[in-house]
Design a protein around this ligand. Structure first.
Ligand SMILES: *Cc1c(COP(=O)(O)O)cnc(C)c1O
Length: 471
């Protein structure tokens, strides 16, 4: 090509994607949910998609904006899930979409292990800057949360020269074979997939609502149990203790004050690395970049993913250079690890979260709204009500549903509440070892009116299920 042949249109002849007017941030129930088109598509899918892929709400999406999902039947659903804590900036965020589009026009892939691009190291710099502690940090990028956890284990073993890993009750760390071994819940995650790798040990998690010795003893007794476990395993064999800063799938369990500090002190004393799994709780979800900041604890390694690139697949392990750099060149990587598109998206996420206090501050606004709507429903001392607890931090809130006035889990009532919300165009997720926790993960950009609408629907659903239960 000579320098006079400047192409003026894309060789495909396609026009660039136009930007349509954004969806109105309003709930619209146009048909039954799921509607006829979704139902038809769902039926069709059963002939092509493996049955092992579950679906919370079988509606098929056309597009999404902010906190609104538009399905193929014209329903506008309030998104209180964010694709499981991923789309924290909201759907179709202009800065994020633009960053991905701009990068797509440059190149999609080189493989960072083949040739480099600046986005990768820029994301690592940003991650290093938010990691707590004074040490010089390094990061490595991967694609999924499970992959980050697997690599954190690899790095911990390489650094300590030890084999064993301690995890906690109710933990969720992923679906690959090693991370499934670290994950706690049997069905549906682990059933039928064993045996799992050896050298994984499970300690009790400080779970105030369900601690046998009572809330007041929870921290102290859980720490004693952790030390007892280390004694049995031999602390000199333990490479790392891996813990979610706030448990996700396990039920949004927020450990009581002092628990993380205690775990930090014990692990440090034995030369055990502390790995914070911030895959669900990190990247602004709780109102700070990382949830562990609330506990003022400095972990050794930090795993991030989900919201890191706002919907593009990206995960990371961040830690002190002294630990991370123990692995020699070629020891870490992956074909798609730190994809250029994902890195471009992550840089836009960092820019937005760090631009002003509005987005991070939004987490506190969301928590306040959730508490205002749902705390009045918590079972009183009169033994009424099916809400045992409202808990969480920022935009990571959950309610635990139990038989009236008890802490006996009620998964049926939980399912009924979620179904009632879905039918009215409000997407909520469930979780918890006992399938009795409703969790709320709205995008940080959700407006007050939309949030109030969604939470009113949820509160109404809880009331009507409670009434049916005679609470
Ligand atoms: C989702 C999740 C993972 C696994 O992430 P994937 O990207 O699904 O592999 C690990 N840990 C926690 C806390 C999670 O919420």
């Amino acid at each position: 090509m000579t320098d006079t042949a400047v192409p003026t249109a894309h060789p495909s002849g396609l026009e660039p994607a136009d930007t349509r007017a954004p969806l109105e941030q309003r709930r619209i129930v146009a048909t039954q949910i799921p509607g006829p088109k979704s139902t038809q598509l769902h039926e069709k899918r059963t002939h092509s998609v493996a049955r092992g892929l579950g679906t919370v709400l079988p509606v098929f999406l056309d597009r999404a904006d902010g906190a609104i999902l538009l399905d193929v039947d014209g329903n506008q659903i309030i998104d209180l899930a964010s694709g499981i804590a991923v789309t924290s900036l909201g759907h179709n965020h202009p800065a994020l979409t633009k960053a991905v589009r701009d990068q797509a026009e440059k190149f999609l892939h080189t493989c960072y292990m083949v040739t480099e691009y600046p986005g990768y190291s820029d994301v690592c710099e940003r991650l290093n800057a938010i990691a707590p502690g004074d040490s010089d940090k390094r990061s490595a990028l991967f694609t999924t949360g499970a992959e980050a956890l697997e690599n954190a284990v690899k790095i911990s073993r390489a650094y300590t020269g030890r084999t064993d890993i301690v995890v906690f009750d109710h933990a969720y760390h992923g679906r690959t074979l090693f991370t499934l071994g670290m994950t706690s819940k049997e069905a549906p995650y682990k059933a039928g997939f064993g045996p799992f790798p050896a050298h994984i040990h499970r300690a009790p998690l400080a779970y105030p609502l369900r601690w046998e010795g009572g809330r007041d003893k929870c921290t102290e007794e859980a720490l004693t149990a952790f030390e007892d476990l280390l004694e049995r395993v031999g602390p000199q064999n333990v490479a790392a203790a891996v813990i979610e800063s706030i448990q996700g799938e396990g039920g949004f369990i927020v450990p009581p004050e002092g628990f993380f500090a205690g775990i930090r002190e014990i692990t440090a004393r034995h030369g055990i690395l502390l790995v914070a799994d911030e895959v669900q709780s990190g990247m602004g979800r709780t109102g700070t970049m990382l949830a562990i900041e609330h506990d003022d604890v400095v972990p050794d390694l930090i795993c991030t993913a989900k919201a890191l690139a706002g919907g593009m697949p990206l995960s990371a392990v961040t830690g002190p250079a002294q630990v991370m750099d123990v692995v020699g060149p070629g020891g870490l990587g992956g074909t798609y690890a730190g994809s250029p598109l994902s890195c471009a998206a992550a840089l836009a996420v960092f820019d937005e979260l760090e631009k002003d206090d509005e987005l991070l501050g939004s987490a506190a606004r969301i928590e306040a709204a959730v508490r205002r709507h749902l705390e009045p429903l918590v079972s009183g001392s009169d033994g009424n009500g099916i809400v045992a607890e409202v808990r969480g931090r920022g935009a990571m809130m959950a309610i635990e549903i139990c038989k009236p006035g008890t802490i006996d889990a009620d998964p049926e009532a939980t399912k009924a509440i979620a179904a009632a919300c879905h039918a009215q165009g409000v997407l909520v997720l469930t979780c918890g070892t006992y399938n009795n926790v409703l969790r709320l993960l709205p995008p940080l950009v959700i407006g007050d009116e939309l949030l109030d609408d969604g939470l009113s629907i949820l509160a109404g659903a809880i009331r009507s299920v409670a009434e049916a239960d005679g609470a």
